[in-house]
Ligand binder design. Structure first.
Ligand SMILES: *Cc1c(COP(=O)(O)O)cnc(C)c1O
Length: 234
């Protein structure tokens, strides 16, 4: 079935607007990352033509293939589990690494960013529901991690990211989003120099709940592009 990107885009925007209003904000306060994994280039170009300028990919190879074919003002976000040996390939190409999930990766990003004389913006990924299948720090590891990470001068931690468990009723994961916001507030009050401006939470299944709970960055794939052929999941 042909997917109507324009209609999907309008619908998602409308839903973002409503959810934002519920939390006393406007849609302008929410950044939408269009998740383009497995999506063909033609569709991605259409999306960019419609004004979406932040694209998210969860595999380095796929991202690198797409980067040169799209306008230079597109901002690419790495949102998937990142192997250390791939970091060098994306430095300078990626606007934000949302999936900083372990210390060894932080050190590698620091090292490569330093070699490239740049500072790499990152979000720290949390696994608040403790799912084995997902990466990310537990909530109680965050304080130590951030305390160390602020010392890495070629990394700029700008916020937190999480992937909530998939459920038929997204209401069930509201506490996960609430917890992330609470943690962000606590950390900002506790660690000097830490500013967690971005809360990246919410995907197709649960973005409205996430926004109601304070998300200001949502990562939307299938609501825009239709459902994916699953290649190994997320
Ligand atoms: C695929 C993916 C998304 C988007 O998923 P949808 O449910 O299709 O909106 C968001 N975040 C991450 C990390 C992903 O891998």
């Amino acid at each position: 079935m042909e997917v109507d990107l324009g209609a999907n885009f309008a619908e998602v925007n409308g839903r973002i607007e409503k959810a934002a209003a519920k939390s006393g904000r406007s849609a302008r306060d929410i950044k939408m990352v269009a998740v383009t994994k497995t999506v063909e280039l033609k569709r991605i170009k259409e999306t960019v033509d419609r004004g979406l300028r932040i694209l998210g990919e969860n595999r380095v190879q796929e991202m690198l293939e797409k980067v040169p074919t799209l306008p230079g003002d597109v901002e690419w976000h790495m949102i998937g589990r990142l192997q250390r040996n791939k970091v060098k390939h994306i430095i300078g190409k990626v606007g934000l690494i949302q999936s900083l999930d372990r210390w060894s990766l932080a050190e590698e990003i620091q090292k490569r960013a330093q070699q490239n004389d740049t500072i790499v913006p990152v979000l720290v990924q949390l696994n608040l529901a403790g799912e084995d299948t997902k990466s990310g720090l537990a909530g109680n590891e965050l304080l130590d991690f951030l305390t160390e990470a602020v010392r890495l001068d070629h990394i700029s931690v700008g916020g937190l990211m999480t992937i909530a468990p998939f459920t038929d009723d997204p209401e069930e994961v509201r506490p996960v989003f609430r917890e992330m916001r609470k943690l962000a507030n606590e950390m900002q009050g506790t660690i000097p120099g830490v500013k967690l401006d971005y809360l990246s939470m919410g995907m197709t299944n649960d973005f409205e709940i996430a926004i109601e709970e304070g998300a200001n960055m949502v990562r939307i794939g299938s609501a825009l592009f239709g459902s994916r052929v699953i290649k190994g999941g997320i």
